[in-house]
Design a protein around this ligand. Structure first.
Ligand code: ADP
Length: 558
């Protein structure tokens, strides 16, 4: 800005000085030449009068020396009769001179002639005398060009001085002028006290500052909302522009095992080179929504690709990656469970209908009828237990917070179960011992009852005759533990993890003999899950089994 002020003011001053010089020179020169002309005219008039009265003898060399002008007397044929500077004999005939011709014609002849170098200007004034001769007075002065040229150096000098002085002053003034502008606080434009002329600009700045601030706040809020949504999503999400990754959330980076900074604003190949991802993206970019399944690192992922259209064209895509491994496993389990259920239900039903058919067709001796009826009764009981267990399991499956939680004393439940199973235990001379004090926890009474019932029932079923069952309820500051130990047949290591699966039995025939459904421990597992309990199995073949469930105490499980 300072340089611009310098440059424009400098040019302005230079032009002004030159223009003033030219104008003044022209005006002065005109005044000066007017004066010369009138002097020449007066002198010519005077000489005309004198010469007409006294004759040509008046013109002597002395008269010529008295004046600065050149005097020339020309005869009527153009012959020079007298000249105050040159010898008349050396001078050529003047009959062709315009001032002479004009004077001869009108009585007065005027002529202005520039020298060949343009440096001099001669003014001629000629008057016709009565005797036909012409008296001419000429004055030679410097031409306007010569005048201007001679003072040019001086003008340049003046120009330099004026310019230098002006630039010093301008520099000082411009610094003073610009200083307040430099000190303007652009963050708070309205708080500045500067030139009045800048007020509209500052107001506009303030408005724009506010608008920018508001837009930034809005952008930040949108970004935070976007992050809050995408980062907390458990499904992966990738947003692309063509195949360049514009955004990828935490879940997606975890699923593909990549780092955000390694793939953001880079090709989708930096996230995954899998052909299904590429195909889904290509379809979405072409404007078609797709849904594909991708199996990766033991996980089953569902890829939902949707085009993102900006105005007319489809420029990008959103890929949603859903981890459906558990869902698929649950579905597979459900399918397997349904198949198992129908199989398990069919077996006792077939037996019942078989025995009933034999009896109906009178193919059973009267003495065998009690035996057959008892078998039908047992199978019907088995069926009932099975149906009850299935109902219990599905109730736990669907529970979803609908079961009523209350304060339950584990000791009293254990004692109830023990007395309920006493007869069964006695039959095989198995002794049941309960150790522990009143221990309350927040839970679903019915479920907890079924859990301990199944565990004790198993401890009897898979025990040896004259065996022992030892149930212990203990608690620490943060946990409550329910332990059921038996001196039974034990479970081999390879089966220990699987006994909680639905319909899984180590020894099918033994389980059937004892009336087991294969669902008892599944109910225990689901019950423990409902109460956020942890199950542990320790077992040695031939020595016995110890199953413990540990519950975490919370504010309610005191
Ligand atoms: P079941 O109705 O067959 O008893 P469970 O789900 O209760 O079904 O148990 C699954 C299997 O685990 C049983 O068939 C049995 O082989 C084994 N099992 C369960 N509890 C014990 C135990 N205390 N001692 C030995 N084996 C056991």
């Amino acid at each position: 800005m300072k340089q611009r002020i310098f440059r424009s003011t400098g040019i302005l001053i230079a032009v002004a000085v030159l223009f003033t010089f030219l104008l003044t020179s022209v005006v002065y020169y005109q005044d000066y030449s007017k004066e010369i002309k009138s002097g020449v005219q007066v002198e010519a008039e005077y000489l005309k009068k004198v010469l007409e009265e006294t004759g040509d003898s008046y013109l002597t060399q002395d008269i010529g020396n008295l004046t600065q002008n050149r005097l020339t007397l020309i005869d009527m044929d153009g012959t020079v009769l007298f000249d105050s500077i040159e010898e008349p004999a050396d001078m050529e005939n003047h009959s062709d001179r315009p001032e002479f011709i004009e004077a001869r014609k009108t009585g007065t002849g005027i002529e202005n002639r520039l020298s060949a170098t343009l440096n001099e200007n001669t003014y001629y004034y000629a008057l016709l005398l009565k005797n036909g001769e012409v008296i001419r007075v000429a004055c030679t002065s410097r031409s306007i060009f010569a005048t201007l040229t001679s003072s040019f150096t001086m003008i340049i000098l003046i120009l330099i001085i004026v310019l230098s002085l002006a630039l010093v002053v301008i520099r000082y003034r411009s610094i003073k002028l610009i200083e307040p502008i430099n000190q303007i606080d652009l963050e708070h434009p309205l708080e500045n006290d500067v030139y009045e002329e800048l007020a509209p600009l500052l107001r506009r700045l303030d408005i724009q500052n506010n608008q920018i601030e508001e837009q930034l706040r809005q952008i930040k809020q949108n970004h935070e909302e976007y992050l809050a949504i995408t980062e907390n999503m458990k499904d992966g999400m990738i947003i692309t522009n063509k195949s360049v990754v514009l955004g990828i959330n935490k879940a997606a980076t975890e699923l593909f095992g990549v780092d955000v900074k390694d793939c953001l604003h880079k090709n989708i190949l930096t996230v995954s080179r899998n052909v299904i991802i590429k195909e889904s993206l290509d379809m979405a970019i072409a404007g078609h929504s797709t849904e594909k399944i991708l199996e990766m690192n033991g996980r089953v992922l569902q890829i939902l690709a949707n085009p993102v259209s900006i105005e007319a064209g489809h420029s990008g895509a959103v890929l949603l990656i859903l981890d459906i491994t558990e869902k698929q496993q649950a579905e597979a389990m459900r399918r397997e469970f349904s198949a198992n259920v129908s199989h398990e239900l069919k077996t006792p039903l077939m037996s019942i209908s078989g025995y009933a058919e034999l009896m109906m067709n009178r193919m059973v001796k009267d003495t065998d009828i009690p035996e057959f009826s008892s078998r039908i009764y047992d199978e019907a009981n088995r069926l009932r237990t099975l149906v009850e267990d299935i109902i219990k399991l599905s109730r736990l499956d669907e529970a979803d917070g609908q079961l009523a939680f209350e304060t339950v004393d584990l000791l009293s439940i254990t004692q109830d179960v023990s007395s309920c199973l006493q007869l069964q235990a006695k039959k095989r001379d198995i002794q049941m011992t309960i150790e522990g004090k009143k221990t309350e926890m927040f839970g679903v009474r019915q479920v907890l009852y079924e859990m301990i019932f199944n565990l004790c029932d198993n401890a009897i079923k898979y025990n040896k005759d004259h065996g022992q069952i030892y149930i212990k309820i203990s608690s620490t500051r943060s946990t409550i533990t329910w332990k059921i130990m038996d001196t039974g047949i034990g479970i081999e290591k390879e089966h220990q993890d699987r006994i909680f699966e639905r319909f899984y039995r180590v020894d099918k025939s033994h389980s059937r003999e004892t009336g087991g459904t294969g669902l008892g421990l599944s109910i225990v597992k689901h019950g423990a899950m409902l109460h956020k309990g942890n199950i542990k199995v320790e077992s040695e073949i031939g020595e016995g089994t110890k199953i413990s469930i540990e519950f975490q105490k919370n504010s309610e499980n005191q």
